[in-house]
Design a protein around this ligand. Structure first.
Ligand code: AHR
Length: 491
């Protein structure tokens, strides 16, 4: 029996809605086919965006969407993607399969997508191969209200009103695909570029500097020692869970128990990683004005057989659902440090929440975790302590359970629990404050390798959870092996 308590009076911070953000890159079939099919497509669409995908994402209350990359961001020239479609430049997508990018999805289309999704756009600017002028003019184009060369061009291209842009990234992975820079070189470059990212009218940019790759603490240290702390709101962190390692990645389906536990153990590393980066950031910014943004996270496996290796298309199983549940619990618990997180990527790429094939769409197990956790968005994180030992499984130390809890404006308590064990059920007994009267629950469970396919799209689906009860002020729940549960407790 795992014992614990939740103190709903102890509020530990706000779970920013953006922790449940997503990422869409010009990569494989994410944007084209996955989201944007064009107005003339037979697939039902609104202004070119697939209605089924938009509807599914709206159901998740998607709070923020990052675009256009990723590595693509640092070779993207935004001017090529505005104006009449017939005259838009065709370029090579050198990072992702060397395919032709016809620029038919550009700034106007992305912001139309965000309008339909009712989410915050997060635009990633080009530092690696772009100029300061180009970046500065993009911001002017999107946000300046009045008479100016870029605002006039925007109006000529059919949009008189400026857009409101909050999140703006200044480069992506500039230690790698974004220019192979040293941290010192990038930090100085950041200081220079950001100077020309202006706040026009009432628009206030939230500026994001390129942070570290996983456990590269030296990058964080050097970056934080040089960047102007008054001109940076957050630094990004990228961490992918890659069982087998980058050289010989494991498969998305048909994996062994050992690979499952390797994945679970690997993904949990992000917990300490965040703490260590945060500690280093504190050396240079003791008040912690600068936050972390985990704008690329998730699993990365071998691509599905027969698909373009540059398209990063992979299936998604119960194992991925578990990875999502564990990460989201960690992000919730660290909401004082993390302002946003964006799983990579939203459709058809890496740990996608949606897969498409022609007019068909499949919601992955990861999708359902985002659905089951959405009640945390914007809620207050509350103190949730569970006395959780770890157990060795196939040589990996795995905690018996993962949890987080929040209270929303209506005073309802949401508890999310994940049992990563493939062998044992987990029984919890959690003391609450007085006053709660009813509990209801939802569960996602299955064999570790279960997935939803185009032939059978409901193999993994949430259902009602009846193994929870409230006796006095004790909440009891029995989680089967390999399961994720959301409990809603009301007064
Ligand atoms: O998400 C795929 C790629 O992973 C992104 O383009 C890049 O930023 C990262 O290396």
């Amino acid at each position: 029996m795992i014992k614990g308590r939740i103190n709903t009076k102890r509020r530990l911070g706000k779970i920013n809605r953006e922790l449940y953000g997503h990422f869409s890159e010009h990569l494989g079939r994410c944007i084209y086919e996955g989201i944007f099919v064009g107005e003339d497509s037979e697939i039902p669409n609104t202004n070119g965006m697939r209605n089924d995908v938009v509807e599914a994402l709206k159901n998740l209350d998607i709070p923020a969407l990052r675009w256009p990359g990723g590595c693509f961001a640092d070779e993207y020239h935004w001017m090529d993607g505005v104006g009449p479609k017939e005259t838009r430049k065709r370029m090579i997508n050198t990072n992702w399969g060397g395919v032709v990018e016809d620029n038919s999805f550009g700034t106007h289309e992305f912001l139309e997508l965000c309008r339909q999704l009712e989410c915050e756009p997060y635009i990633n600017g080009n530092v690696g191969s772009g100029t300061i002028r180009e970046m500065s003019e993009w911001i002017e184009y999107m946000t300046f209200d009045g008479e100016s060369p870029m605002a006039n061009l925007r109006a000529e291209n059919g949009r008189k009103e400026p857009w409101r842009i909050k999140y703006f990234g200044i480069g992506n992975e500039n230690w790698g695909c974004g220019g192979s820079m040293t941290p010192e070189y990038y930090a100085n470059t950041y200081n220079r570029y950001q100077t020309f990212c202006k706040n026009y009218g009432g628009n206030k940019l939230y500026k994001i500097a390129c942070g570290p790759n996983a456990g590269d603490y030296e990058w964080t240290d050097k970056l934080m020692s040089i960047v102007r702390k008054d001109f940076v709101d957050a630094i990004s962190l990228h961490y992918y869970t890659v069982p087998g390692g980058w050289e010989k990645k494991g498969k998305a389906t048909g994996f062994s128990k050992k690979e499952y536990y390797e994945t679970i153990c690997g993904t949990l590393n992000i917990d300490n990683m965040i703490d260590r980066h945060w500690e280093i950031m504190g050396k240079y910014d003791p008040e912690h004005k600068v936050k972390l943004i985990v704008d690329e996270w998730g699993t990365w496996y071998e691509v599905e057989e027969g698909t373009n290796p540059g398209f990063l298309y992979q299936q998604n199983t119960m194992r991925d659902a578990m990875v999502a549940a564990l990460n989201l619990n960690i992000f919730n618990r660290k909401c004082d440090r993390i302002d946003m997180a964006n799983i990579a990527q939203v459709v058809n790429v890496l740990q996608a929440v949606i897969l498409t094939e022609g007019a068909k769409i499949v919601k992955t197990p990861t999708y359902y975790v985002f659905e089951m956790y959405k009640r945390h968005q914007g809620a207050a994180l509350v103190d949730c302590f569970l006395d959780v030992p770890t157990k060795e499984r196939e040589g990996y130390a795995i905690p018996l359970i993962s949890s987080s809890a929040s209270v929303n404006e209506a005073g309802e308590l949401t508890v999310t629990l994940a049992n990563p064990s493939l062998e044992d059920e987990a029984e919890c007994s959690i003391d609450l404050e007085d006053g709660y009267k009813e509990v209801s629950g939802t569960i996602l469970t299955g064999e570790m390798g279960d997935f939803n396919s185009f032939e059978k799209d409901d193999a993994v689906k949430p259902r009602e959870f009846t193994e929870a009860k409230l006796t006095g002020n004790t909440l009891e729940a029995k989680l089967p092996a390999c399961s994720i549960v959301t409990l809603v407790v009301k007064a």
